[in-house]
Ligand binder design. Structure first.
Ligand SMILES: [Zn+2]
Ligand SMILES: [Zn+2]
Length: 268
C-alpha cells in the first residue's frame, strides 16, 4: 500500500489502523446487518479497495483460490466419491440400509461433499452471513463432483423453496442462488415456480427427525407444468431429507415423471 492509499483510507474511514484487520472488521460488521442495501454496497467497495479475505478462515485467498474461498479451504472440502447410495447419496454401498428398507420419494440423489469442517462453515457464511458470492465455488463444487453422475434429460432445476420468514430475513434463497448458477452449467432450465410453499413451517434445525417430517408434510405444492418431466430438486444441505421428501411428494403428486435430488453437502 502506498502512503496515498493510507491517507485516502484514513480520510475515508476516519481512523488509521492495520488495513487488513480493518477491512475484515468492517466486512464482518457490514455482514452482521442485513445483506441488502448499504451493507452489500460497503462489502462490494471494501472488496475493491482491500484484498479479499476468505469468509471461512479470514486469510488471503492465495494459491488455488476459488473466490471467495481460499485455496486451503477449497482443498479441505471432503468430497463424496463413488461408491455411494444411488437413492440418497450416502457414501458407502450402492444402496444403503435406510433406502433398502424404505424407498425414497425421489428416484436418485447426489451430494458433492460431507457437511463438515470448512464446507459447513462456508455454508453457514453463505446462508447466515449473507455471503452470496459463495454460490460460485459451491456451485462449481456441485458441477465438478456430480454433473457427470447425473442422468440425462433433466427438464428443470427446482430450488427447494425457503420458508417465507427465512427468505424475508435473509433476503435470498440459497437453493435458488445455487440453482441459478447450475442451470447453464448443466444445460438445463431454472424452474423456480414448479414447486412453491403453501404454508409456513418452523425452522427444521430445532426438531427431531419425526418432528421434521410432520413440520414440512404438505408444505409444498408443485405446478402442473412439472407433469411428465424429469425434475432435479436443488438444495444446500441434505440433513434428514424431510424437506426434500415433502417437496418430491408434491412434484410426484403433480405428475413429475422422474425426480432427482442434488445438494452441495450431506450430513453423514
Ligand atoms: Zn479459507
Ligand atoms: Zn440411501
Amino acid at each position: 500500500m502506498t502512503t496515498g492509499g493510507s491517507e485516502s483510507r484514513r480520510t475515508l474511514l476516519g481512523r488509521p489502523t492495520d488495513p487488513l484487520s480493518l477491512a475484515s472488521d468492517l466486512e464482518r460488521r457490514a455482514e452482521s446487518r442485513r445483506p441488502f442495501g448499504l451493507a452489500a454496497l460497503a462489502t462490494a467497495v471494501l472488496d475493491l479497495v482491500f484484498p479479499a479475505l476468505c469468509p471461512v478462515c479470514q486469510t488471503r485467498l492465495g494459491a488455488g483460490r476459488r473466490d471467495p474461498l481460499c485455496g486451503r479451504c477449497w482443498d479441505a472440502i471432503e468430497r463424496i466419491a463413488p461408491p455411494y447410495c444411488d437413492a440418497c447419496g450416502m457414501p458407502g454401498a450402492p444402496c444403503c440400509a435406510r433406502c433398502a428398507a424404505e424407498p425414497r420419494a425421489w428416484d436418485y440423489a447426489r451430494s458433492a461433499a460431507c457437511y463438515e469442517g470448512r464446507l459447513r462453515e462456508a455454508l453457514h457464511a453463505f446462508k447466515f452471513g449473507g455471503r452470496r458470492a459463495l454460490a460460485r465455488p459451491l456451485g462449481d463444487l456441485l458441477v465438478e463432483q456430480c454433473a457427470a453422475a447425473l442422468p440425462p434429460g433433466i427438464a428443470g432445476l427446482v430450488p427447494v423453496p425457503l420458508a417465507w420468514e427465512r427468505e424475508r430475513e435473509r433476503g435470498f434463497n440459497q437453493a435458488r442462488l445455487l440453482a441459478e448458477r447450475l442451470a447453464p452449467r448443466l444445460g438445463t432450465t431454472l424452474r423456480p415456480r414448479w414447486a412453491v410453499r403453501v404454508r409456513t413451517t418452523r425452522p427444521q434445525s430445532d426438531l427431531s427427525a419425526e418432528e421434521r417430517r410432520a413440520n414440512v408434510r404438505g408444505a409444498f405444492r408443485a405446478s402442473a407444468a412439472a407433469a411428465g418431466q424429469h425434475v432435479l430438486l436443488v438444495d444446500d444441505v441434505f440433513t434428514t431429507g424431510a424437506t426434500l421428501d415433502a417437496c418430491a411428494r408434491a412434484l410426484r403428486d403433480a405428475g413429475a415423471a422422474r425426480i432427482g435430488v442434488l445438494t452441495v453437502a450431506r450430513v453423514i
